[in-house]
Design a protein around this ligand. Sequence first.
Ligand code: ATP
Length: 210
Amino acid sequence: MKASVITGKQRIGVFGGAFDPPHNAHVELAKAALEQLKLDALYIIPTGQAWHKVRELSAPEHRLAMTRLAFEALPGVVVDDRELQRAGPSFTVDTLQALQTENPQAQLYLFIGADQFAAFRQWHRWQEVLELAIICIADRAQSTLTQTQFDAYVGHEHRFFTLKLPLMPVSATHIRQLTASGAAAAEGLTSLVPEPVARYISLHSLYRSH
Ligand code: ATP
C-alpha cells in the first residue's frame, strides 16, 4: 500500500455502477475498499443512464432496490440515489464535486474496475476527476491491469491505488444472459449474486426478455 494514499482526513469512498444487477464481485470490492482504505463511509451510487453504456438499463427502482439488498448490511455503506434522480446523462465528475462540497474536509476515493480504468481518459472531464479523488482500481479477469497503463499518467502516480482483490470472473452481463436463457433459476444465481438479490430477480422476473 502506498502510505501517502491514507491521509489523516476523513475518508469517503465512492463506488458507482449500473448494478444491473449488483453481484458478488461488487460486494467483495466494497468490502476491500472499506478495509484497505480504512474508509469512514462508502457511497454506493447506482448510475443513471450513463453516457458510455449502449444498453438500456433496467428501471432505476429495481436497480436501487437490488443495490440496497446487496450492500446495506456492510457497515459504513450509504446507498445514494442522486444519479438516478438526475435528468439527462450522469457524470462522475458532478457527483464527486457535490460530495466534496457536502464534505469539504474529506479526501475522496473513487473505486473502479480495470475495464473502467482502461477507458478512463475518455471520461467526461477526467482530469478533474483525478484532482477530486484518488482512483482505486480493482483488477478484472477480463481486463488485466498492466503497469504500462499508468505510463499515461506521469506525474499523477500518487493519485492511483491498486486494490488487493482476487480476480473474480463474474459480470452483470453474464448474470443477465444466464437468467434470460433460463439456465439459472434463483437458486442457481446465489453463487453469483447475494441471496436477497437472487430472490428479487426471481420475484420481479427481471432479465427474462433479453
Ligand atoms: P456489465 O456486465 O453489465 O457491464 P458489470 O459487471 O461490469 O456490468 P457494473 O455495475 O457496470 O457491473 O460495474 C460497476 C463497477 O464495478 C465498475 O467499475 C466495474 O469495473 C466494477 N466491476 C464489476 N465487476 C467486477 C469484477 N468482476 N471485478 C472487478 N471489478 C468489477
